[in-house]
Design a protein around this ligand. Structure first.
Ligand code: NAD
Length: 378
């Protein structure tokens, strides 16, 4: 099986070398491009073998770890740093499977070309699949899977954002730069005394609830598919309107779908408490940015913390220090003392990087072995 892996970052190389050793049993190869040549661990084109033996549950940590991943020994993986798009889709020629991350937009046009080139399997090393036209892939017979790395890292980050804005860390940090150690305006609120509303009580939402349980917060939840696991995590389900009305903090943990796009609009914000803290580590497009900006200006929203932003691709995860950035909404929101923006880094932990690479590669191999052999096929 020939796999082409796109968007390879430097920090993913050790994880990739390890997973190649695991799945290939010595037969895996990485045909790397010039930018990877010279890397001691994954030297260009050299067979990679003798790596760490697979350990059950190790980086995978999924419910259904695929035993079926005793891979054929003739796996090759060609890994490149480039994003996959229409302009370079021909680079997938000769590969059975492609593994991408969140920056490669898999539009219908790209998917058509991939199918024409004979690609049969597509894995994304992300949880979200909003950058893939999954319905069109299915029409083409192209099988798609995502990853389900452990939710702890993202959940911890969401709770960290709550604390940062509740304790006014951003203006405090600003002041320290100019030797201003005054307290005026920095009085905070305690998370354990607040009610937090979790919108979307899946893997990450539930983990947020577990963490908040330690703080002693009251935790409400809304999800069209309520679960006993979420209740066991301490979530009390209420209708969405009630969640908005009762919550001091509202945190979003839902996927971006056409239905959910702009779900936090003026109407939703009006239902929230005055001074509400809004946290979004899911996708920028879940909020109506004009409505949220207006609610910050008129102090209806007391604080906003977002790890994601609409049209972040090409900005987040890049150094743009010398560039003119065309995202007015982001630039305007960023200047408020009660708005904290982070560059889509909630996922970015050592555990998750290993897991994303491993699951991406194992996902396409498992899909090739038959239907239902990979838990997160979408
Ligand atoms: P999940 O599939 O386990 O849970 C999502 C939940 O949202 C499901 O229970 C679903 O029923 C619910 N849902 C869908 N639409 C809803 C709506 N309108 N209202 C309320 N609930 C709704 O997913 P997860 O692993 O918890 O991840 C959630 C999202 O987090 C991902 O889709 C991704 O976009 C985002 N994410 C961001 C980062 C990051 O680095 N910032 C990392 C991982 C995931």
């Amino acid at each position: 099986m020939n796999i082409k892996l796109y968007e390879l970052r430097e920090d993913e190389k050790p994880a990739l070398a390890e997973v190649m050793a695991r799945v290939g049993a010595g037969g895996a190869r990485m045909a790397s491009d010039a930018r990877m040549a010279g890397d001691a661990q994954v030297a260009g084109g050299a067979p990679v073998g003798g790596g760490a033996a697979p350990q059950a549950g190790d980086a995978l940590k999924r419910g259904a770890a695929p035993q079926a991943c005793a891979a054929p020994s003739d796996i090759t993986i060609d890994a490149v740093p480039d994003e996959l798009g229409i302009e370079n889709v021909a680079s997938a020629q000769g590969f059975d499977a492609v593994v991408i991350s969140g920056r490669s937009a898999m539009t219908a046009e790209v998917l058509d070309r991939l199918a024409e080139l004979g690609v049969k399997y597509l894995a994304t090393r992300t949880v979200g699949v909003d950058h893939i036209d999954v319905a069109h892939a299915h029409e083409l017979g192209l099988r798609v899977c995502n990853t389900g790395y452990p939710p702890e890292g993202v959940a911890e980050f969401a709770v960290m954002l709550m604390l940062i804005v509740l304790r006014r860390y951003k203006p405090s940090l600003w002041r320290q730069q100019v030797n201003d150690y005054s307290l005026g305006g920095l009085e905070g609120r305690e998370l354990g005394r607040l009610t937090v509303g979790i919108v979307g009580t899946g893997r990450i939402g539930q983990q947020v609830a577990r963490i908040l349980g330690g703080f002693g917060s009251k935790v409400l939840g809304y999800d069209p598919c309520p679960s006993d696991a979420a209740r066991a995590a301490g979530i009390e389900y209420v209708p969405l309107e009630e969640l908005y009305r009762r919550s001091d903090v509202v945190t979003l943990h839902v996927p971006l779908t056409e239905e959910n796009r702009g779900m936090v609009d003026a109407e939703a914000i009006n239902q929230m408490r005055d001074g509400v803290v809004l946290v979004n580590v899911s996708r920028g497009e879940l909020i109506d940015v004009a409505a949220v900006t207006s609610a910050i200006e008129f102090e209806k929203i007391g604080a906003l913390a977002m790890d994601v932003f609409a049209d972040e691709v090409g900005i987040y995860h890049e150094s743009r220090v010398n560039d003119i950035i065309r995202n007015r909404d982001m630039a305007y929101l960023r200047q408020f003392p009660n708005v904290v923006l982070t560059p889509h880094m909630a996922f970015y932990t050592d555990t998750n990087v290993n897991s994303m690479v491993e699951q991406g590669v194992r996902g396409v191999i498992a899909m090739a072995e038959g239907p239902g052999s990979w838990a997160s096929e979408v």
